[in-house]
Write a protein that binds this ligand. Structure first.
Ligand SMILES: [Zn+2]
Length: 132
């Protein structure tokens, strides 16, 4: 049944699912990272929390603490968390340098906020949310 369209993606080892509607915008990242469609991945048991975070941030997979990954996935599912983050976001230059990692702001991960399908806020190392 790998051809079937799934409505949810199981989160491996966590006992909850993520709505596929949240992940469809990242189908291309899933293909790059896993060489399979979202539906095929879901039918084969789902994705690990850190794999889902990689999709949400449109990047390759990298190891991260399981608790942090689960927290990111849960936050992506919680409209209250997203709204609170959007409210505390501030404008900054994309060339500004993060004090913690010395990388430019634009190199930091996207948050889960979307304008249409596109992310538009970055999360800095200290947790600040910025609009560049
Ligand atoms: Zn940083």
């Amino acid at each position: 049944m790998t051809g079937a369209t799934r409505s949810t993606m199981p989160v491996m080892g966590e006992g909850f699912d993520v709505p596929m509607s949240l992940l469809r915008a990242f189908a291309g990242v899933a293909l790059t990272n896993h060489g399979q469609t979202l539906d095929a991945l879901a039918s084969r048991g789902g994705l690990a929390p850190c794999e889902i975070v990689a999709l949400l941030e449109r990047r390759r997979w990298r190891s991260m603490p399981r608790e942090a990954a689960v927290a990111r996935v849960r936050a992506a599912l919680d409209p209250d968390v997203l709204e609170a983050e959007a409210r505390r976001a501030f404008r900054a230059s994309h060339k500004a340098i993060c004090r913690e990692c010395n990388r430019e702001y634009w190199r930091h991960e996207w948050t889960d906020h979307r304008f249409g399908d596109d992310p538009f806020l970055h999360r800095l190392c200290n947790g600040d949310i910025v609009k560049l």
